[in-house]
Ligand binder design. Structure first.
Ligand code: SAM
Length: 296
């Protein structure tokens, strides 16, 4: 069964009266090397693998060959008859129909993968890439790795650091919880239907504890959000506008950290934001909760 053979895929879909839906981000892989390479990168051996969005099951099959157990979450129940057929030769795969953003993934992992290390692997639907990744890492689910295909620009942002113009709030969040790696590119022609953008596969290895220790995590992420909500401004200007903190006070902190006072947020590492947050917290015993932030 070659699910990546376009003629086979079309015939399978026709036989089941199935048509891809743009609203669900249904672009299926049609280059057989790609699911193999993603599955090889997914640290699946001997593990439980949580897949998001199996489509017709091409990546699911490669994961099932390597993992101890695969649970795959699919929003589109119209794919059920197809998946029943394409996954029928595996007894270590189960499909859960539902919206991954609404599922209690912690409960699902505890129920389905007791005693196993767990990795996530997915060719993600592009319209909800960031909410899914944020959910996976911010909920501190017991995961070892998250290997996902996303739009190339998003991959660059997710793996960016302070030396890259793509560094932003999501890059800093990813780096706080994980070690990101940009693995390989996948061109738009490897999908049916072909999307308008190219893709890339990244792997996030979840750190046993966050990369830096900070007095007040919520305060640090409040600062990060404030810093990037006004991207064209210098960090001190953006923070002063958004939080009401005195600009000279902020200059003082930045200079004491060995930074230029006109540094922009994207040149700051997660370590830098933790340091800045701690200095502000020490000086002002209050949290920069959204209600305390001035409208920008
Ligand atoms: N894994 C297949 C492949 O590589 O060819 C399909 C990937 S396709 C880009 C994304 C899949 O995610 C589709 O099957 C789509 O129906 C499913 N999906 C979209 N939104 C979802 C959601 N909120 N929860 C679970 N699955 C979703």
């Amino acid at each position: 069964m070659d699910l990546c053979d376009l003629a086979f895929l079309r015939a399978l879909m026709r036989r089941h009266g199935f048509q891809t839906q743009k609203d669900f981000g249904q672009n299926f892989l049609i280059n057989p090397e790609v699911p193999v390479n993603i599955a090889k990168s997914a640290c699946a051996e001997g593990r439980g693998v949580l897949e998001i969005g199996p489509g017709v099951g091409c990546l699911t099959r490669e994961l099932a060959k390597r993992a101890e157990k695969v649970v795959t979450v699919e929003i589109d129940e119209k794919l059920a008859p197809i998946l029943n057929e394409t996954l029928s030769d595996f007894d270590n795969v189960s499909v859960v129909y539902g919206d991954v953003l609404k599922l209690d993934l912690r409960a699902l992992i505890e129920r389905e993968f007791a005693g196993l290390d767990v990795s996530v692997c997915a060719n993600l639907p592009y319209y909800i890439t960031t909410p899914i990744i944020t959910k996976l890492i911010e909920e501190r689910l017991p995961l070892k790795t998250i290997t996902v295909m996303v739009q190339r620009e998003v991959a660059q942002r997710l793996c960016a650091d302070e030396n890259s113009k793509d560094n932003g709030a999501i890059s800093l969040c990813v780096r706080y919880f994980t070690e990101p790696e940009y693995l390989f590119d996948v061109p738009a022609r490897d999908f049916f239907p072909a999307p308008s953008v190219d893709s890339a596969v990244i792997r996030l290895t979840v750190l046993p504890s966050p990369r830096v220790s900070v007095r007040d995590e919520a305060h640090m992420f409040g600062l990060i959000r404030a810093a990037f909500s006004q991207r064209r401004k210098t960090l001190a200007n953006a923070l002063s506008n958004m939080t009401g903190l005195d600009k000279n006070e902020l200059y003082g902190y930045l200079l004491s950290m060995g930074k230029n006072k006109d540094i922009r947020g994207e040149r700051m590492s997660i370590e830098d934001f933790a340091k800045l947050s701690d200095m502000i917290k020490k000086q002002h015993a209050r949290t920069l909760a959204p209600e305390n932030q001035k409208k920008g």
